[in-house]
Design a protein. Structure first.
Length: 355
């Protein structure tokens, strides 16, 4: 039986701005760490000497742990309640394990060896711990929507605000990365390539300027942020949610096709395509999470399991795709891999509602 310790019973009255704001910022730690995780973890692991395949194994272990943890966390949260406790405990676990991953290989220091096998196992363990904490925070935070309010429009507003602050977290990361990359000189041509990993496609395939590696992601996140804010002003119904979700899906198909066939001599079209990607991301993310809330309805029993189980598939699929793409690095097709990596992983991760 779900209980919300210390909270009032959910009301059908529309929520004010402050409760929406407080809810929106409650997932920013997860958002910032996940943005850094998916953007720079593979770069970090290969830079310290792991092969692309071993780095992909580390990433896959985290994704599998995340997928399984969402289901178990959902079941445990439903059984014991206390969403805030789970949220706080998960946040602590995320903080400690995230620092451990990027802080170096702890088992290597303990056993006095830097073999690739020990490094892979060590980083995989902490990657799994990080994603378990991440899942506990995510599931508990998503479940709070149903406990905060019974008003269908307010639930969409909460999801929209959460997505808006996800965009703020991503922009903050890239702002910091831009400063770091501009103030530190890369040591080798490989380092230069790594710094442009996220926008490898726009620089190497479309032959765009170096500024595009920051500008293209920024356009996507800013447009998604603006649309998320606009969506908070709409009165929502189930039919309207389905319509907006469908429209966002169509936009993504059009964008994906356009990006795939875009010739380098027409690279300027990447900017309007980036704007459309940002709009599509916001539409699909906000409406899909809101449809999950409608699925749960007013019965809070089992709501955490619903959110957790629906998150299972996208995390497994994203992890497998990353593993397959990065595994091809060892077979000499790095350029093609990273191009597809940017396109496909951005589609899976940015548009997936349960990330």
């Amino acid at each position: 039986m779900v209980t919300v310790s210390g909270d009032e019973e959910p009301s059908t009255k529309p929520l004010g701005r402050f409760p929406v704001f407080y809810y929106g910022v409650g997932h920013m730690l997860n958002d910032i760490t996940s943005a850094c995780w998916f953007t720079y973890l593979l770069v970090f692991l290969t830079d310290i000497g792991l092969s692309a395949r071993d780095a992909a194994i580390v990433m896959l272990s985290g994704q599998v742990a995340d997928a399984l943890a969402t289901i178990f966390a959902g079941e445990l949260i439903d059984r014991f309640g206390h969403f805030k406790v789970w949220h706080g405990a998960g946040s602590v676990l995320v903080t400690v394990s995230f620092s451990s991953v990027f802080g170096g290989c702890l088992p290597c220091k303990i056993f006095g060896t830097n073999s690739s096998a020990v490094q892979t196992v060590g980083y995989s363990v902490f990657a799994a711990i990080f994603n378990i904490g991440w899942a506990a925070t995510q599931v508990s935070h998503m479940c709070m929507v149903n406990c905060i309010t019974l008003n269908s429009t307010s639930r969409v507003v909460l999801a929209s605000c959460r997505n808006a602050f996800t965009m703020v977290a991503n922009l903050s990361l890239y702002a910091v990365a831009l400063v770091v990359f501009n103030t530190s000189k890369p040591r080798t041509p490989i380092d230069i390539e790594d710094q442009a990993l996220l926008a490898f496609y726009v620089i190497n395939d479309l032959k765009m300027g170096q500024s595009s590696k920051a500008l293209v992601p920024a356009i996507i996140f800013i447009c998604s942020f603006v649309v998320s804010i606009v969506l908070q002003e709409i009165t929502w119904t189930g039919q309207r949610l389905k319509s907006f979700f469908t429209f966002g899906g169509i936009l993504w198909i059009i964008c994906g096709t356009g990006i795939f066939i875009l010739p380098s001599k027409m690279h300027v079209l990447m900017y309007p395509l980036s704007m459309t990607v940002g709009v599509a991301n916001a539409l699909m993310t906000v409406t899909c999470i809101s449809m999950q809330s409608i699925l749960v309805g007013e019965d809070l029993n089992g709501c955490a399991f619903v959110y957790g189980s629906l998150s299972f598939l996208d995390k497994i699929s994203c992890g497998i795709v990353l593993f397959v793409l990065e595994s091809y690095e060892d077979f000499g097709v790095a350029r093609l891999t990273k191009t597809i990596d940017w396109l496909l992983v951005d589609a899976l991760w940015s548009a997936t509602p349960n990330k």
